[in-house]
Design a protein around this ligand. Sequence first.
Ligand SMILES: Nc1ncnc2c1ncn2[C@@H]1O[C@H](COP(=O)(O)OP(=O)(O)OP(=O)(O)O)[C@@H](O)[C@H]1O
Ligand SMILES: [Mg+2]
Length: 229
Amino acid sequence: MTVTEQVGGPVGVFVTGTGTEVGKTVVAAVIAHALAAGGLDVAVFKPCVTGLDELPADGLADHELLRRASGSDQTDAEIAPYRYGPPASPHLAAAMAGEEIDPERLRAAAGAAGDGAGALVCEGVGGLLVPLAPGYLVRDLAVDLGYPLAIAAVPRLGTINHTLLTIEAARAAGLEVALVVLTPWPDQPTAIEASNRETIASLGSVDVQTLPQLDLDAPATWPRLSWGR
Ligand SMILES: Nc1ncnc2c1ncn2[C@@H]1O[C@H](COP(=O)(O)OP(=O)(O)OP(=O)(O)O)[C@@H](O)[C@H]1O
Ligand SMILES: [Mg+2]
């Protein structure tokens, strides 16, 4: 399937990853930018952003990076309905703020973000089994939204296990894994990195693509990720 072949509602993708800090925002930004460059009105969505207290002075939060890449004019709350200061798991960050993330509010916010847009690019939080609320994982939200997954992963040693575990957790819940993206992919991959790519593709029966080191401030220079299989 390609994103443009999906029917019913906006085309979309749910970008997850093998964990935290593995390139989800970069992959989501590249996809969002490419869809927007192709003429679609792109909306972005991130159920929960944490760690706002620890952003460097000149740093952008995930929802801000996604908005910039997509050219969307959504507000912070429209992109990320729950935003917290501590760099904690969403369920804990919410508890520290004296509240609980409401799955129904997330579904409604994602639906509202996609309404009227030509495409919706969602970024998860951490990996698939991160709790958003007691009894409601990121994976449950991905199932509720129903979009195919793009899985961000690192190229280095250890990635085979983490990536195959993520693929297995996704498929066990009936999610479609559209592609894995290894990022940042070096100009001259080592034998281990090259083997990691081939091994994930073959053991995971999945399309594995790569993103080189990007200048994140220059979206016009970003490559496109293709979804063909
Ligand atoms: N292709 C790339 N080019 C440049 N930088 C990259 C690339 N891939 C990953 N990075 C860098 O790796 C780090 C982690 O990437 P990113 O923020 O996208 O991860 P994440 O999975 O979204 O993290 P989080 O769990 O905090 O949401 C960032 O500093 C990002 O800029
Ligand atoms: Mg991110």
